[in-house]
Design a protein around this ligand. Structure first.
Ligand code: IPD
Ligand code: CA
Ligand code: CA
Length: 262
């Protein structure tokens, strides 16, 4: 079934409800032993990542058996339709493991590899960001619009660093040092999904990162585009959820940020 507002809006309602349920689980889990395990030196997973993924995947499989699913902690579903869910059950696990209150649940939906719907929930601030292709982006029902910041030297940016930064030289430190001296300021919040929502909401003006996975950014990318933002890879070429390098901005500073990355 080709995506139209008529069939995407019921999916949005379902995904919104599901993101609230997973978010409650994350919020409740903060009060208990989070069962932190290492996947790499700074790459963590908790019991709550797994519990959230189990809830999301089982519920989606049940409701949409024809949809494919790819989720960060390894769950998949091989539906035979053209829709694919990209799921991050807890984006910002390092923050979560330390009790730093900035993390989210991210649900992105592709149709033939093109993002058509995104839902990202921040259960600490109770902010539900969503976007539907062609129908705009919202936070708790309020329409989102990117900032009008015109230049890099007036821009507030965010970024992130790859988990394997200890063993690779292209680990974003050189770019970070350079851009920190060109922008108004740079933050490293720790949830790429929320970082993209913050650009969409005009709270920041741009985000760049490398070594991203499709479940980190599929939903946020659609939300940003629907809020009037711009996305590309680091060379200014077309971005797809399978690109691991992303530049996401308000559009006005896109060219300057790409130049600063070269
Ligand atoms: C991570 C976060 C972080 C980003 C990393 C991601 P995770 O996701 O989005 O902000 O810098 O690249 O892997 O592991 O917390 O789901
Ligand atoms: Ca993630
Ligand atoms: Ca995750």
């Amino acid at each position: 079934m080709t995506p139209t507002n008529n069939n995407l809006f019921p999916i949005l309602d379902f995904a919104t409800d599901l993101a609230y349920r997973a978010g409650s689980l994350l919020r409740a889990g903060l009060e208990h032993d989070r069962g932190v395990e290492l996947k790499g030196r700074s790459n963590l997973v908790t019991n709550v990542d797994r519990a959230s993924e189990a809830l999301l995947v089982a519920t989606l499989r049940d409701r949409y058996p024809e949809h494919r699913i790819l989720a960060e902690e390894g769950s998949t579903a091989d539906g035979n339709g053209a829709y694919t869910w990209l799921i991050d059950p807890l984006d910002g696990t390092n923050n979560y493991a330390h009790g730093f209150p900035f993390f989210s649940v991210s649900l992105g939906l592709l149709y033939n590899d093109e993002p058509v719907l995104g839902v990202i929930y921040d259960p600490i601030r109770h902010e539900l960001f969503s976007g539907v292709r062609g129908a705009g982006a919202r936070c708790n029902g309020r329409r989102l619009q990117v900032s009008t910041t015109p230049r890099l030297n007036a821009a507030m940016l965010t970024t992130g660093f790859p988990y394997n930064r200890f063993t690779r030289t292209d680990n974003n430190l050189a770019e970070f040092s350079r851009i920190l001296l060109q922008a108004q300021d740079v933050r490293r919040p720790g949830s790429a999904a929320l970082d993209l929502c913050y650009v969409a909401a005009g709270r920041t003006d741009g985000h760049w990162e490398l070594e991203l996975h499709p479940w980190d950014v599929a939903a946020g990318a659609l939300i940003l585009i629907e809020a009037g933002g711009q996305l590309s890879d680091w060379n200014g070429q077309r971005w797809t959820p399978w690109n691991d390098r992303l530049v996401a901005t308000n559009g006005a500073i896109h060219k300057d940020l790409l130049e600063a990355l070269q």
